[in-house]
Design a protein around this ligand. Structure first.
Ligand code: SAM
Ligand code: 2KA
Ligand code: SF4
Ligand code: MG
Length: 242
């Protein structure tokens, strides 16, 4: 049996970001990332701080945990990380979830391709802006998007760029203009990932959301995009596993 490194399984909760925001879903968070974004809100998946919590799990074991937590109260499963697209072995889990009639979403940054990406219902690709400290390999991203584009008519693909400053916004615009036919989401960056006081965090994030909206309103190249906060952060702050 093929195993995958899992750090968290939680839910049911709501998808707090992007193309299916608000969707009731379970979450599976895999360990390991090929990036190390300066502001990563899930750095425990790759910085070694939670290495003792990583469990190597089979698809059946993951399914059992989903049922234990969610029973018959879910129809949608989101796989995030880390970068789940590092894991060829996820194909078994994806097959099993499909067999069980569940819809599947993936969060990935668009740096790695797997054949099973074609089987995902809601695919979010989130290239990283300059503030992350990461450099996008646009040739690789072109290849990934090209492979997915023509492969599965049922699949929804979106691009989501997190924005912290005006340089990031310019980057986001460049990404949107490079792939104009792919639904595009701007997401407010959370700079205070260690803030424990939710009210204070929410105040700051709502102000940043308003600023980002204002910038979009003024920009003729951003007429057909969506601007979103991280909804789960507004509800639960920096809490893990929600
Ligand atoms: C933790 S990542 C895991 C999936 C994948 N590695 C990726 O980055 O797309 C999930 C989403 O959270 C976003 N994210 C991470 N840290 C954030 C922060 N501090 N503020 C806002 N969004 C953040 C990422 O950009 C990504 O869209
Ligand atoms: N509720 C909720 N929505 C999310 N959307 C993307 C998440 C992620 O960390 O990938 C996330 C998360 O951790 N929780
Ligand atoms: S790519 Fe995603 S998981 Fe990896 S460091 Fe960046 S935000 Fe975190
Ligand atoms: Mg998150």
């Amino acid at each position: 049996m093929k195993k995958v490194p899992v750090l968290e399984i939680f839910g049911p909760t709501i998808q707090g970001e992007g193309m299916v925001i608000g969707q009731k879903t379970m979450f599976i968070r895999t360990a390991g990332c090929d990036y190390s974004c300066s502001w990563c809100d899930s750095a425990f998946t790759w910085d070694g701080s939670a290495k003792d919590d990583i469990r190597q799990m089979t698809a059946e074991e993951i399914w059992s945990k989903l049922i234990e937590l969610g029973d018959d109260r879910f129809s949608h499963v989101t796989i995030s990380g880390g970068n789940p697209a590092l894991l060829a072995n996820l194909s078994e889990l994806i097959g099993l979830l499909k067999e069980k009639g569940k819809k599947i979403a993936i969060e990935t940054q668009g740096s790695k391709y797997q054949e099973w990406l074609k089987d995902i219902d809601d695919l979010t690709i989130s290239p990283k802006p300059p503030s992350s400290g990461m450099i996008t390999d646009f040739e690789k991203l072109d290849q990934i998007i090209e492979k997915l584009r023509n492969s599965n008519q049922q699949q929804s693909i979106s691009l989501k760029v997190v924005v912290f400053d005006t340089t990031d916004l310019q980057y986001a615009k460049d990404v949107h203009l490079r792939y104009p036919s792919i639904p595009f989401y701007l997401q407010v960056g959370n700079e205070d990932i260690h803030e424990a006081e939710t009210n204070k965090l929410v105040q700051t994030l709502l102000e940043k959301y308003e600023t980002l909206i204002d910038q979009v309103i003024e920009d003729k190249e951003l007429n057909n995009i969506r601007v979103l906060p991280q909804l789960h952060t507004l509800v639960w702050g920096n809490k893990r596993g929600v």
